[in-house]
Design a protein around this ligand. Structure first.
Ligand SMILES: [Zn+2]
Ligand SMILES: [Zn+2]
Length: 165
């Protein structure tokens, strides 16, 4: 969404709300199988003594697959952020500053950046997911599989040798 801020930029103390659905094109992440809802972005741009600050939150339901146990689960991605909107960039490296284009803000760019920078690299069903046994494939969240005990004594000796090396 392109937001017209030409009036707000000359109105210190005023604010303007926004809400839009972000195009999901290109917003694919490892571990996300599909989106279950549109990506909704809600927020407000405030003029603080001439400086425009956008606060926003992003929300979307997703069908995910755990990187460890491969279980599918749905979750709600939420992110709250803020960005400054300015006529000219003084510090090019500051990722929280965005350039206005003739008084318009590119809110899509801000929301897309926020998702890309803040999406976790490994999606897990829970932070302490135990994953699958590499030998029998059992989901270790449901209990131990007994592979460790079943290990052939000769294999056990071999694996111990390998570990010592
Ligand atoms: Zn898991
Ligand atoms: Zn096992």
């Amino acid at each position: 969404m392109r937001m017209d801020l030409r009036e707000l930029i000359v109105s210190p103390g005023k604010s303007e709300d926004f809400e839009f659905e972000l195009d999901r094109e290109g917003l694919t992440f490892d571990g996300v199988l599909k989106y279950l809802t549109p990506i909704t972005v809600r927020g407000r741009v405030e003029n603080h003594a001439g400086l425009l600050k956008a606060r926003y939150d992003i929300e979307a339901d997703m069908l995910c697959q755990c990187a460890r146990c491969l279980k599918e689960f749905s979750r709600t991605f939420r992110y709250e952020g803020a960005a400054y909107l300015t006529g000219e960039l003084e510090d090019e490296d500051n990722e929280d500053y965005y350039l206005l284009d003739n008084g318009f803000a590119d809110l899509d760019e801000i929301a897309r950046d926020a998702m890309i920078f803040n999406f976790e690299p490994r999606v897990l069903c829970k932070s302490d997911c135990r994953g699958l046994c590499p030998k029998c494939g059992k989901d270790l969240n449901e209990g131990p599989c007994g592979c460790a005990e079943d290990l052939d004594p000769r294999m056990a000796a071999l694996s111990q040798l390998l570990e010592e090396e």
